[in-house]
Design a binder for this molecule. Structure first.
Ligand code: ADP
Length: 472
């Protein structure tokens, strides 16, 4: 259980970020310490060498004034006084023969480096070397120099003090590094948890949504950071999806309702005819009604297919140049009798003979649907005006203005959805497909339809189509 948790934790982004953060922090501190370490070692060595050179020149001065006996006396005194530096002094001939030595009791194993003497005699410059004595945990820095004619001095001093300093520095460095790593891990963990806290909220919301709670939303902290933006975008997307799902479910309800009614009527009629029919006329009537209902069903199915085709795009069909004045004028003529039957005044005016590129059959169907709606939703005595003109920068415009029942503001965008009808009781005949078909055709031609309406006063549907070639 614990191991499982540990495994999950090691896979978490917060853990990995913390590790990176602490690692980078520790690495940079390490680099800084290593740099200081080498600088300190360099400075200490430089100081020791300088000290040895100074002492060598002091002995050289004594040699000049007091001769070799003076040097021997000082060397003996130095060996007796000992001190922290534990000096080693040897006076040698140019062939390496020892005149005098001091401090050899302490530095028993340290001999004379013949190579160093050779180099000194060749170059004439003092030679400095380090002799490491691991068994003593000590090192000796030795200088070989000429202090008088034919007299070479081997002068060494212990590096114990420097080694102690460096050891202290190393211990300090390791402790500080450990503390820095720990501190960086704590700070890193805190920062990573804080930065990723929103992600946990989003994941929890996503889990709830996939479990079926479509109302759930990702929490927005208000910090306006990237996580907040992500949560906001996700919530916006979820709102859209929920609206779409609601729309689809409403649409399927409507489809079911609209397809069910004719089928129920056909079935009812068949049942009644079977049980009560007395003559062939009754069967003929039933057949006629069945054909009528089937036609209605077919009409709906065809309309749906037509919309799908139009949505695929008019580019599928070879476009022709269509003169809107003639096309709309013909449709108005066709509907004149229906309008007159309902005591409606139907007027048509073409301000310009606008031309568009498109499919004339599709456009005819769009115009017919809009005209049919205007007539159906305008009570007797009303008026319908149809105009064709051109709008600068937009293209051709066909307007259908009626003095009908109007459309409520909340219905105005939804009437273009498939099967949507403002009257929920569906008392008026219709499929709820006319406007979605009209919009699909307009959009397939690169245009669109909009509506302006005041309930009780009337509606205006405007179709905008991109202008085609200029009129001849
Ligand atoms: P329908 O077959 O029901 O007319 P449409 O898609 O053509 O389907 O129209 C959708 C709904 O929009 C209609 O049910 C009606 O409520 C409303 N509507 C359409 N045109 C008009 C109009 N000119 N005046 C008032 N309401 C309209």
């Amino acid at each position: 259980m614990f191991l499982k948790r540990l495994k999950a934790l090691s896979r978490s982004l917060a853990f990995r970020l913390t590790l990176w953060y602490a690692g980078i922090f520790a690495l940079s501190s390490c680099l800084a310490f290593v740099f200081f370490y080498y600088v300190i070692i360099d400075v200490l060595r430089e100081q020791t060498d300088e000290d040895l050179r100074r002492q060598l020149s002091a002995f050289s001065g004594i040699m000049q004034v007091e001769g070799i006996t003076g040097v021997q006396q000082i060397a003996a005194m130095d060996a007796l006084s000992g001190g922290d530096q534990k000096r080693l002094i040897r006076l040698l001939s140019r062939f390496g023969t020892e005149f005098t030595a001091a401090g050899t009791d302490y530095w028993q194993n340290v001999g004379v480096n013949a190579e160093a003497i050779r180099s000194l005699l060749t170059n004439g410059r003092p030679v400095i070397e380090t002799v490491v004595l691991p068994e003593r945990r000590d090192s000796l820095r030795i200088i070989y120099g000429i202090i008088g004619p034919g007299v070479i001095m081997q002068l060494g001093r212990s590096l114990a003090g420097e080694i102690r300093l460096i050891n202290v520095f190393q211990r300090l460095f390791l402790t500080t590094l450990g503390l820095i790593f720990l501190l960086a891990a704590i700070i890193g963990w805190f920062l990573a948890r804080r930065a990723l806290s929103g992600v946990g909220g989003i994941a929890a919301a996503a889990r709830k949504i996939s479990a079926g709670d479509l109302e759930s939303r990702a929490p927005v902290s208000g910090r306006q950071d990237e996580i907040d933006q992500l949560a906001g975008t996700l919530n916006h997307m979820l709102d859209r999806i929920q609206t779409l799902i609601r729309g689809i479910s409403e649409m399927s309800d409507n489809i079911a309702h609209d397809l069910k009614s004719p089928v129920t009527r056909i079935r009812g009629l068949a049942e009644i005819t079977l049980t009560t029919a007395q003559s062939d006329d009754d069967y003929e009537n039933m057949a006629a009604s069945t054909i009528e209902e089937c036609d209605r069903l077919l009409e709906m199915i065809n309309a749906m297919l037509f919309i799908s085709r139009a949505e695929v795009g008019v580019r599928e069909v070879r476009p022709e140049t269509v003169a809107l004045k003639a096309l709309v004028g013909d449709a108005v003529l066709l509907f004149e009798t229906t309008a007159a039957d309902k005591q409606l005044r139907l007027c048509f005016e073409a301000v310009t003979d606008a031309r568009v590129k498109g499919d004339p059959r599709m456009l005819q169907r769009m115009v017919a649907n809009l005209l049919d709606n205007a007539i159906r939703y305008t009570p007797p005595g009303g008026q319908i005006e149809v105009t064709v003109d051109t709008v600068v920068d937009s293209g051709a415009r066909i307007e259908f203005r009626d003095t009908g029942i109007g459309i409520a503001a909340e219905d105005q965008e939804r009437i273009f959805e498939r099967f949507y009808r403002c009257d929920p009781s569906r008392t008026e005949s219709g499929s709820g497909l006319g406007l979605s078909l009209a919009r699909a055709v307009a959009r397939a031609h690169g245009g669109d339809i909009s509506v302006e309406s005041t309930p009780g006063k009337g509606s205006t549907f405007s179709v905008i189509l991109p202008a085609g070639p200029a009129s001849p």
